[in-house]
Write a protein that binds this ligand. Structure first.
Ligand code: HEM
Ligand code: HEM
Length: 125
């Protein structure tokens, strides 16, 4: 798979969702969803765009299996995390119900970032 394109396309989808929530917050003056808006835009659009561009600029990194691992760890972790956050902030689940899915999602994102770091050290010259 083309990891760079995957990250850029997914980042764009998160940006559309993040801006939609921002516009809703601005129009309604209900700012309950600020943390979800922030992380959809930052973990979603900003980080994924940076990763997508790095894999495009350094093709040797994109060819490594670490890049594929990074892509899926970041996708699953981010989707789980922002979904749990939206459910929490809209009162659909209690804070105690964040466990264990949210910590698992955070670990997935972190493992993805560690894959990215290892790949950068090995192939990012
Ligand atoms: C048209 C697009 C956007 C609109 C209408 C919008 C709207 C908002 C609103 C209403 C807030 C809440 C402010 C508050 O309660 O103090 C907010 C917070 C925030 N937005 Fe956006 N936003 C947009 C795009 C973005 C983008 C593209 C990013 C990042 C890439 C972003 C990052 C943030 C962050 C990090 C916060 C939290 C700031 C804080 O901690 O005080 N927003 N946005
Ligand atoms: C697994 C990854 C992450 C976790 C678990 C996490 C967790 C948190 C938590 C618990 C808060 C406090 C929320 C509150 O006070 O309501 C927060 C706020 C914030 N984080 Fe993250 N974060 C992560 C990744 C990131 C990344 C990658 C960025 C930037 C690129 C970022 C930017 C911010 C910003 C700007 C705020 C303040 C936004 C607000 O006012 O709600 N975070 N984060």
């Amino acid at each position: 798979m083309n990891v760079s394109r995957g990250f850029l396309v997914m980042g764009c989808l998160y940006l559309i969702a993040g801006i939609s929530i921002g516009m809703y917050m601005g129009a309604s003056t209900d700012h309950t969803l600020v943390p979800a808006h922030a992380h959809i835009n930052l973990l979603g659009f900003t980080l994924m765009s940076v990763f997508g561009l790095v894999y495009r600029v350094v093709p040797a990194m994109a060819e490594s299996g670490l890049a594929t691992a990074h892509f899926w760890l970041h996708q699953v972790g981010t989707l789980l995390l922002v979904t749990m956050l939206v459910l929490l902030l809209t009162g659909r689940i209690a804070e105690t119900a964040m466990f264990p899915v949210a910590p698992i999602a955070e670990v997935l994102v972190m493992l993805g970032v560690l894959s990215f770091a290892a790949n950068l050290l090995r192939n990012g010259r």
